[in-house]
Design a protein. Structure first.
Lengths: 180, 248
């Protein structure tokens, strides 16, 4: 710099401006470099912290997985139970339990009316055949049919007497009962 | 440095060479910054994102697994085993209709009913169309039972409270005196065992029985369990030395 020193006023001014500019550039470079170094420190530091946290999380995960593996028998059994419960649930949902309804229908009729045949005609439809000695008991049957059709029984939707036959000593009837 | 600066003339584009030299270091620094930004800082900053994501995934997975571990540790293994047994017995273990006949026969015998005849229709053994689950098959059998009239209802009620779960598809009772003849079509489900249970990707909800499912287990636990006796007994093959009566 001393080599190119020129003491002419205009040149001196230029030299001063150049020195100022150089100083400014140096300062800007220091700021810029500091910013870069700071950014690098922050980024690498943050990455380091996160890598450490990742390692910790991985260690914890491995420990938890090991505990899980030790319970694998219970896992398999629980999963199997869940799977089977789902299937059995579907099976039971599909099933219609006739026993309790047959019982209800049987309880409908007093002892003097004996049931001869009982048939599940289709899903939710019964055919009941009975025998009674006194013709007056048929009124009881008709009353029951009326009560079912009036909706007095929660399990049955409708009923009708499909046939009545008079034999030598007895009456026989056939009744169709529909379930809800 | 300024004297030998790339052997350039004193002025370039009207600017002094020494002035240009002033900008050389900032330009080099800028280039270095841009290169380092693209090759180091941005990739490393992105790596932080990836690592964070990994941490979150691992933490979620760890929480999920530890919840399962906590649940499984709290579960009574004996109860788990008992539930498994009930659920196992709720369906047929073998796809053989004669086992179903044997089960019905055992129940019928309790009520003094005898199996008069039975028929199996292999063609009817088919995958249940209504069920969306594979390996689920319904096995029906037709039976004629004969026994005391007053126990017919008890028999039906008992059949409906038997494990494996039985379906009464057809019921026709004819009475004569104190005896009844029952014509039944009874079916049960055969469900193939789920052998491939993947334990790697299980949610906690896959392990816990819902309230409905618990009620179901409770319900079937009150059912009578009938052992499926295969009736196959192994015996040693014995060879007899007999003469051929037709030989000359």
């Amino acid at each position: 710099m001393k080599e190119g020193l020129n003491l002419l006023p205009s040149v001196a001014k230029f030299q001063v401006a150049k020195i100022k500019l150089k100083k400014m550039i140096s300062q800007a470079m220091v700021v810029f470099l500091s910013f870069w170094v700071l950014s690098a420190i922050i980024i690498f530091g943050w990455l380091g912290i996160n890598s450490f946290l990742l390692k910790q999380a991985e260690t914890k995960n491995t420990k938890t997985l090991n505990s899980y593996k030790s319970l694998v028998t219970s896992v398999v059994l629980s999963k199997k139970n869940k799977y089977q419960a789902k299937l059995v649930g579907q099976v039971l949902k599909e099933r219609f339990e006739y026993g309790s309804l047959i019982k209800k229908i049987m309880e409908f009729f007093p002892e003097n009316i004996s049931l001869k045949n009982f048939e599940i005609k289709s899903k939710k439809q019964f055919i009941v055949e009975g025998v009674l000695v006194r013709g007056s008991d048929i009124n009881y049957i008709e009353d029951k049919v009326r009560d079912i059709n009036l909706g007095l029984y929660s399990d049955f939707s409708s009923a009708n007497l499909t046939s009545i036959q008079i034999g030598s000593n007895s009456w026989s009837f056939e009744m169709e009962v529909n379930l809800i | 440095m300024s004297g030998n600066f790339l052997k350039l003339p004193d002025k370039v584009f009207g600017l002094e060479k020494s002035l240009l030299a002033l900008f050389l270091s900032p330009i080099v620094l800028l280039v270095f910054f841009l290169i380092s930004l693209n090759l180091v800082l941005i990739p490393k900053a992105n790596e932080i994102g990836t690592v964070k994501q990994k941490i979150n995934t691992i933490k979620t997975n760890t929480n999920k697994v530890s919840e399962q571990v906590k649940y499984l540790s709290s579960v009574d293994s004996e109860e788990l085993q008992k539930n498994a047994e009930y659920l196992d017995n709720a369906v047929l273990k073998n796809k053989k209709s004669y086992l179903l006949v044997e089960i019905i026969r055992q129940v019928a015998n309790k009520f003094d009913y005898q199996v008069e005849s039975f028929s199996l229709t292999p063609g009817e053994i088919k995958a249940e169309e209504t069920a969306s689950i594979k390996n689920m098959k319904k096995l029906p059998v037709n039976l004629m039972l004969y026994g005391p009239k007053n126990k017919s209802l008890d028999l039906i009620l008992s059949l409906e409270k038997t494990l494996p779960i039985l379906f009464i598809d057809k019921y026709d009772i004819s009475t004569s005196g104190n005896y009844s003849e029952l014509e039944l079509t009874v079916s049960s489900y055969y469900i193939a065992d789920e052998t491939n249970i993947d334990t790697s990707n299980i949610a906690l909800s896959d392990l816990i029985l819902s309230s409905d499912e618990l009620a179901l287990v409770e319900k079937i636990s009150s059912f009578a369990k009938i052992e499926e006796n295969t009736g196959i007994q192994m015996s040693e093959f014995q060879q007899y030395q007999r003469e051929n009566p037709f030989s000359l």
